[in-house]
Unconditional design. Sequence first.
Length: 303
Amino acid sequence: MSASPPVNPATSRLVSRFGVRPSMASGAPHMHAGLDLGTSKGRRESEPIYASKAGVVSLVAANTPTSSMSGYGNAVVLRHGDGTYGLYAHMQDGSITVRPGQTVDGGTQIGLMGNSTNGHFSPLPGESTAQWAARANAAGYHAPGPMVRHLHYELRVARPDGSSPFPGPYPTSPSEALFNRDPSPWFGDLGLRFSTRGAATIVPGSPIDRSRASWSQSMAGTLAVMGLDGDELDALGQETGYQPPEPERDAKWGISKTERLMLVTGGIVLTGTIAAFIIRSRMRPNRRRGGPRQNRLRAWGSK
Ligand SMILES: [Zn+2]
């Protein structure tokens, strides 16, 4: 285990979690084998990526169509002392500052956040956006623009047959991704938590600290729905038993979407009730004066 302090892989917001989600290309259910971390607020260019933990650089892949890490663009793999491998993908062309075999401390900058994919979702080195669009269209991809800049972070262990998980292609199903782990609990052990608001250090004993463990259980529930059995879940290092995940906090309101919906609905119902009460009281005959029912229009007008 490393003695270096936990460090954010990027000062960034959580965009997409580990697990099954609709495919970018087809919309069909698709295994997302890592965490997507977007650029931090106000920073759209050249966001540094740091090693989350000390390790040895076991692989550096280039953004070329023949890459052994096809789909990941410019990518770095760090092998950590605990037997885990961290993959940092989609880095900016020419930004990688480490080489294979190099030992890095947690917090060492290893590259810049980018959108490289070696494929049809972003330009290759030297390719203009127009050239990329023509190539992607010719191959049948019709994206509105290149993939947005983000860090795709994957955490892997040895494959089920004991072989190294790198290099390797992107898994296309949960069963192909049995060597992939949900990075969230791993980062939690490092004292880090990512949310849509950004990266945060977990304060021991805080509500975040107490609730973070529910994520791996919720992921086990998702994978179980996709047909993985208990042994396969054990291979994934997931605990069984489902608990609803902690709701994501809305960045502006500081509350979850459900809570916001409840507040808005409650506000509409309350406003409607008050309005109905006022209208009814105005329409009612003025009983205090004992006025007849036809006085109600005059009573309305006089108030
Ligand atoms: Zn991703």
